[in-house]
Unconditional design. Structure first.
Length: 260
């Protein structure tokens, strides 16, 4: 189980927010932490520790007045650690190459592929042709509805008709290098992992999957490894001391290394 670091950017600042609280109108979000450091600080830290495959997420939409400020923070991070970080948030066939040229190893895509509640395979195929399967991560962040988890889009506010199950994972794995899966209902709350989701995706082992959401202690990391059969990588945001939480960054790295 590898630790995958993160740099979430909103209104031109590195932040941690409660995942389901984003509102495009007024660029609002419920904040857990606002950093005084820029993107390059975190990227350099991750580089020093040899952490690869972490993700930068631009939380403002492309038409926001803050979008270019978000991009500037991303540029600083990617310039500091070229090839070490992935990037997501508003990625599409028109701008993906821009971010790869900035230094991102992969682009992370959700809403461009999941359109009008369904998988838009035409858009997905365009992306694969443009950036290559090996540089594409699909964000399958989800919320539970009834007895199943469904992929959500548009700042995690809209349910799609796409259930997150083994058939979906098998089908989409042919188009990408990795999956990133936020358990949205616990994201940013440091309330414990979404055990049912972890158990389900942990039994599927065909391409790398990074889980995010609710990790608050070493016990959660051990539970994630147990329920995920050691197959899932993990990212931690609000609970990490880098972002105002109680979990010590270097201790988390050591603990994850011990669980490999």
């Amino acid at each position: 189980m590898k630790f995958r670091p993160c740099i979430d950017i909103h209104n031109g600042k590195v932040k941690q927010i409660i995942g389901g609280s984003l509102i495009d109108t007024g660029n609002q979000a419920q904040e857990n932490f606002v950093s005084t450091y820029d993107g390059s600080f975190y990227a350099n830290l991750y580089k020093e520790h040899g952490l690869k495959g972490g993700h930068i997420i631009l939380l403002n939409p492309v038409d926001s007045e803050y979008y270019e400020a978000d991009v500037e923070q991303a540029r600083l991070a990617l310039q500091a650690y070229p090839g070490g970080l992935q990037i997501g948030g508003g990625m599409n066939v028109d701008n993906a190459q821009r971010f790869l040229e900035m230094g991102a190893s992969h682009v992370i895509v959700t809403s461009y592929v999941f359109r009008n509640g369904q998988i838009n395979f035409k858009n997905l195929e365009k992306l694969v042709q443009t950036v290559g399967k090996e540089r594409l991560v699909l964000d399958l962040s989800c919320r539970k509805k009834g007895n199943e988890y469904y992929v959500v889009t548009d700042r995690w506010q809209k349910y799609t008709d796409v259930a997150l199950n083994y058939e979906t994972l098998d089908h989409l794995a042919a188009y990408c290098d990795e999956f990133l899966i936020h358990a949205v209902d616990v994201e940013g709350k440091s309330s414990g992992i979404e055990q049912e989701l972890v158990t389900m995706i942990g039994k599927w082992n065909k391409i790398p999957v990074t889980y995010a959401g609710g990790v608050r202690s070493e016990r959660d990391l051990a539970l994630l490894k147990e329920l995920g059969h050691g197959q899932l990588d993990v990212t931690i945001g609000s609970a990490l001391d880098l972002f105002g939480g109680n979990m010590k960054f270097e201790k988390v790295l050591s603990y994850c290394d011990s669980l490999v």
